[in-house]
Ligand binder design. Structure first.
Ligand SMILES: *Cc1c(COP(=O)(O)O)cnc(C)c1O
Length: 434
């Protein structure tokens, strides 16, 4: 596959089927499964950088920073690709800060979000000289001020304001509702900004929001932008000027080809930029914090069929990946596209409707339900659109070893995380003395 020019700004397809076989870029997935084993996460370098490039182009010509949301996929290889492309980062823990720095990311292009930053995390971030703390409460503002005073520094802060918008997404990933634990209540924001502006250990530099994830319409983002800009204007009346506006992430990706058609990256950024310009704030630096839309479509989870079983009420394809490798179905009841890596031209047993399930001792351990499948033990399946919130949410539940991860670049494949070994499983554990 040659480098495509992408005038319509449609996402570049990381996974394509040629003569019945699924490829990532120029590498057959079957070959990757054989070489690296399963379960295996596979990411396309080209697709990640293409999505990042779409954000860049949508923001070109204005002061801006794309802060990739690390929690979507925090593999060092992925972070390093983005760091080399010039990306900033949005982190939510000290562990993520360490990853960004280890991957060659710039602290001065890193913003720190999250409702419960500890003093230790704040101190580490201050010493690393991150760009900004996205502050989520009055107590956090106080803690940051105290730590900054102790270190004789001034901490750059933005308030994460809860715009109280219903984005129409799964309740677990809606974060800007009035009832949400995230952000500072809209009505309290002005008072907190006043307090921050008067604090010699704090430097007020911006405002931010993040209303949720997998949001498939532009309207909630536009509403949130307007709510934020209302506040910015009220603050300016009180002579509290802001340097940057951070609209968070949350753009949906199309998990199914026949389902919702979310805005493209260009449309999403365009909608926000239009609000900002229309209200005369185009001179401010714009930040976005995309996660899913950068890495989601670029990744697949490969799994092998262990066996096929006919239950009393339906059939099951039991695979070697499970909810510990991929939480989205169990956690959000998410529909994920699961396809055979090599399509069978003559199915041995014909097709049957089956659930794709893992070996874990939980009824919630399913990956796909009610799919028309024709598979045999040993066949490899690919779960598409699995690049975001897949491996980064993986656990060792049932003492399962976590999957390996591979980045494909053209005809090359690089292991960017080796498969866990049994020795890794018990690291740090010990027994009590007699
Ligand atoms: C998770 C998160 C993001 C990224 O959200 P996506 O839906 O993956 O784009 C951005 N900002 C904050 C504060 C987040 O918590």
């Amino acid at each position: 596959m040659s480098r495509q020019t992408n005038p319509a700004e449609v996402p570049l397809a990381a996974f394509v089927r040629r003569s019945g076989a699924l490829y990532c870029e120029d590498v057959p997935l079957q070959e990757l499964a054989q070489r690296f084993g399963t379960p295996l996460y596979v990411y396309s370098r080209r697709a990640i950088l293409d999505a990042y490039g779409q954000y860049q182009r949508a923001l070109s010509g204005r002061a801006s920073l794309i802060c990739y949301a690390v929690k979507a996929n925090s593999n060092l290889g992925v972070l390093n690709l983005l760091a080399r492309a010039g990306s900033g980062f949005d982190i939510v823990s000290g562990g993520e800060l360490a990853r960004v720095l280890a991957a060659g990311g710039a602290a001065e292009c890193t913003v720190f979000s999250g409702v419960g930053k500890t003093e230790q995390e704040i101190e580490r971030a201050l010493r690393a000289q991150i760009m900004c703390f996205n502050v989520e409460s009055d107590f956090e503002l106080q803690t940051i001020s105290t730590v900054a005073a102790r270190l004789r520094r001034r901490a750059p802060v933005s308030l994460r304001v809860n715009p109280q918008i219903d984005p129409g997404t799964h309740p677990y990933i809606a974060t800007g509702l009035k009832s949400s634990k995230f952000g500072v209540a809209y009505e309290q924001a002005i008072e907190l900004y006043r307090r921050a502006a008067a604090d010699p250990h704090l430097e007020v530099i911006g405002i931010d929001c993040h209303i949720g994830s997998q949001i498939a319409q532009a309207a909630p983002f536009e509403q949130a932008a307007d709510r934020l800009l209302d506040l910015v204007e009220r603050l300016e009346h009180q002579r509290i000027g802001l340097h940057h506006l951070d609209f968070g992430g949350g753009l949906a990706i199309a998990y199914r080809s026949d389902g919702e058609a979310p805005p493209t990256i260009a449309e999403w950024v365009g909608a926000i930029v239009r609000r900002v310009d229309a209200r005369g704030h185009g001179g401010k630096t714009l930040l976005v914090e995309p996660g899913r839309s950068v890495v989601g479509p670029a990744g697949a989870l490969l799994m092998q069929v262990i066996g096929w079983k006919q239950g009393a009420a339906g059939a099951f394809a039991v695979v070697d990946a499970a909810m510990n490798d991929q939480m989205r179905p169990a956690l959000y009841d998410a529909w994920m596209d699961v396809q055979p890596v090599v399509a069978r031209s003559e199915p041995p047993r014909g097709f049957a409707i089956a659930d794709v399930v893992g070996p874990i001792c939980e009824s919630g351990d399913w990956l796909a339900r009610g799919r028309m499948l024709s598979v045999e033990a040993g066949d490899v399946l690919a779960m598409l659109g699995a690049g975001a919130y897949g491996m980064s949410m993986a656990s060792n539940y049932n003492s399962r070893l976590r999957a390996a991860e591979v980045i494909v670049d053209g005809s090359q494949a690089y292991c960017v995380r080796r498969r866990e070994r049994v020795e890794d499983l018990m690291v740090g554990e010990s027994i009590v003395p007699d």
